[in-house]
Unconditional design. Sequence first.
Lengths: 164, 164
Amino acid sequence: MADVKKLDDLFHDTLKDVYFAERKIVETLPKMERAASNSQLKAAFTKHLSETKVHIERLEQVFQIIGKKPEPKTCAAILGITDEGAEIMKEYAGSPALDAGLLAAAQAVEHYEMSRYGTLRTWALELGLNDAAGLLQTTLDEEQETDLALTSIATSVVNQNAEA
Amino acid sequence: MADVKKLDDLFHDTLKDVYFAERKIVETLPKMERAASNSQLKAAFTKHLSETKVHIERLEQVFQIIGKKPEPKTCAAILGITDEGAEIMKEYAGSPALDAGLLAAAQAVEHYEMSRYGTLRTWALELGLNDAAGLLQTTLDEEQETDLALTSIATSVVNQNAEA
């Protein structure tokens, strides 16, 4: 009972946090897709939704590797980030700047995930969980690609609309 | 009253969000420094505290450039991220994994800031605010350097302690 928590506990706790976050993102992306005007942005949200579903499956594989049941743990960070996104959708409804706001919200989500997957990958290596590290790295690469794709949409298209 | 909000409003709103976030970080870093055991990690938190104070001054310069009074706006995202950090400090107090948890919390903060400064920099350029863009880029560079420094501490030192 008075056991001191160690790195494997921290890994498990953080895995549950990201599992919660990914499930919240699956809930949120369709709303962002519906709110977006720009067709490239809509397509990026749709693509990321199907990727996110695969990220959830990979997390479930990692839970299996460490012999634990997949279980979410409320992640205050993703709730705060998605609340800010919801606020933008409300305050900028009908505005030419809405797509820029949606992009900013989506990039905040991506960055949160990148930090968590980077951390989990490093800890997995440290714990000798090489298969888990590989799964986490694959997702990290996809999150980084999504972030780059959003940056390219942001600079090329949406911001010009936002000034219209 | 029924004015449609545009990109300059979004820029101003997001500036207030980051201004709130940076002030929250100034409050939080000394607690993280006190909780950390590793001397490199303590030094990184101390260094980042003085940088963060400069980031706040740069944001005040950007407010001045757009002719607005520096004003914070509650940022739910940073509150969520720092709440998670506080939870780790509590749950892992006395644990050899505490430093690893502090590093993860700090990297989540850095990634949030990187996404916001990247967004603000892009919007400043789009709005023709080149001086503001330069100030925001300088801070973005420092946040990225801090994140890299934390990664290097995470992989080289702290994770080894966490397994002890």
